[in-house]
Design a protein around this ligand. Structure first.
Ligand SMILES: NC(=O)c1ccc[n+]([C@@H]2O[C@H](COP(=O)([O-])OP(=O)(O)OC[C@H]3O[C@@H](n4cnc5c(N)ncnc54)[C@H](O)[C@@H]3O)[C@@H](O)[C@H]2O)c1
Length: 272
């Protein structure tokens, strides 16, 4: 498969992050990026950058050999139904579909668009917007290494990329897809508390964010596992000891593990 034109269906948060990453690194020229959104004004920012807006799904399907499906899972049945006849005349290997939707399986895509077509599933996250995202990718076995590398390279424009088997792509949502939300929640709570204690909110946010990035660097580069790093912070009978005691008493570990399981379960429910 030779990719010259790349199509994006659904120009919202995540498609904007991916296209933004591609443009900022010049990985693909804007004139090779086609877009379709049923609200055309959502494409204006990228029209201004030289990308091509399509007025119909058919126009996009006709022009593009790689099609990114960036709509919400609930919209998939309708879009796939419309897309099927538009790609029916293309040879199986002539079009690669990349779905970024939570829960939409290869089986769903194959049932709707054809069993022998080429498919990649991606699970990105919102920090892709800054080029600092994390994306997990899975592929069907008929996707060649070259084609898969091209998709990896596209997401690499927006941050870190890892391949996972499809069986793990719902579980990984709790790790990286949805996890910005609980990290932001922790930040919000820490700032709320700081404010209650009379501290300036911005100062608290700066301190908390520096702590998150510093802690992440220690996790990645110190060679120490998370528990060892927790132990390094925790003096017996000290403040962290008190903090962790309250978390334990209120079932923090069980609550977090249950929330991860709920995230994966919801992805399964979003399957068509
Ligand atoms: N937001 C996240 O953190 C995140 C992370 C990983 C994966 N995802 C997945 O990415 C997908 C998109 O999420 P998002 O946050 O970018 O959503 P979004 O609502 O920001 O974007 C979706 C876009 O699709 C457009 N749209 C709706 N119906 C359409 C149709 N029939 N044809 C064309 N366009 C249509 C909407 O106008 C909107 O611009 C979802 O499937 C989600 O599961 C999101």
């Amino acid at each position: 498969m030779k990719n010259s034109n790349f199509g994006f269906i659904g120009i919202g948060n995540m498609a904007s992050a991916i296209i933004g990453g591609i443009l900022s690194t010049n990985f693909i020229k804007p004139e090779n990026i086609y877009m379709y959104n049923h609200h055309p004004e959502k494409m204006q920012h990228f029209v201004d950058a030289g990308c091509i807006p399509c007025t119909s799904l058919g126009e996009l399907a006709e022009t593009c050999s790689t099609i990114f499906l960036c709509i919400k899972p609930q919209v998939f049945p309708d879009v796939l139904l419309k897309l099927q006849p538009l790609v029916a005349n293309k040879k199986a290997n002539d079009v690669l579909f990349v779905s970024i939707a939570a829960g939409i399986t290869f089986q769903n895509l194959q049932s709707a668009l054809g069993a022998d077509r080429l498919y990649v599933r991606a699970m990105p996250n919102t920090p892709l917007l800054l080029g600092k995202g994390a994306t997990s990718l899975s592929r069907t076995s008929n996707v060649s290494s070259d084609d898969f590398k091209q998709i990896c390279d596209i997401f690499s424009c927006c941050g870190l990329v890892r391949e996972v088997p499809e069986e793990q792509i719902n579980a990984v949502i709790a790790v990286s897809g949805s996890s910005p939300a609980y990290l932001y929640l922790l930040a919000k709570l820490a700032c709320d508390y700081a404010e209650q204690r009379g501290m300036d909110r911005k100062t608290a946010l700066d301190l908390f964010c520096q702590t998150m990035t510093g802690s992440a660097e220690m996790l990645l580069n110190s060679g120490k596992d998370p528990q060892t790093l927790i132990d390094m912070v925790t003096s017996k009978g000290g403040t962290t000891f008190a903090l962790l005691g309250v978390l334990r008493e209120h079932g923090f570990d069980e609550t977090m593990l249950a929330s991860f399981a709920a995230c994966e379960q919801r992805a399964k429910e979003l399957s068509m």
